[in-house]
Design a protein around this ligand. Sequence first.
Ligand code: SAM
Length: 246
Amino acid sequence: MHRFFIPPKSIQGNRVVLRGTLVHQIRDVLRMKPGDQLILLDNSGLAHQTELVTIDRETVRARVIEKWKLETEPSARITLYQGLLKGQKFDWVLQKGTEIGICAFVPVLAARCIVGSLNDVSATRTERWERIVIEAAEQAGRAALPHLHHPMLFAHAIETAGRSGLSLIPWEEERERNLREVLQDIPKSKELNLFIGPEGGFAEEEIIAARNRGIVPVSLGPRILRAETAGLAAASAILYELGDLG
Ligand code: SAM
């Protein structure tokens, strides 16, 4: 059944009124008819099975048949601080990261990013990113939409992350500690921040600055992972270790 995240206020009791792009999606793209059913998600963890009642130019009206709490969110909340990447690679990280179970994404402008400044990240691009996260969350059956933060400078990102939970910065030159050891040594934290560098990796000064903020450098093993792979591999390993991935 088709699933859509909708603004919670669209549901009043067992009545639903939908407006905007979703009307076009339901009427013209999916060609749905009164009597057809779909699942509506209000981002609070509730799923609403609804039956379409009327479809007109501006609105779709439906009635709630049944609702239930979705148990699809991971117990550990991972925030991925991802260095801004060239071209479509960031889109890919958002789509796959949402499927895997990442709960928040922070685009980070690091020293070796090809993107010159935060102003270079256009509104069109962040709107496209929002759409990618919503579609991936609907496809994956997520109960809540991952949060997509505004792009941040590296210095601001390590300050923000340092305030809550366990923060890790995978670094290909790290020789002391690897991810598994750190996950086993440090008390189970339900809030994890993961810093992944851009194509050129992090500069050493950034690793030093992060370490001074209590962010732990870790190795992800002897092979160099591409920037768009490393965050997904690390998040999968963490969720698996915490029992959130099968
Ligand atoms: N030049 C390669 C590329 O074109 O994708 C390497 C990218 S660089 C290594 C991207 C980021 O991936 C690094 O900043 C680091 O966060 C992470 N990374 C990749 N392989 C890693 C490893 N074996 N151990 C720790 N971190 C790694």
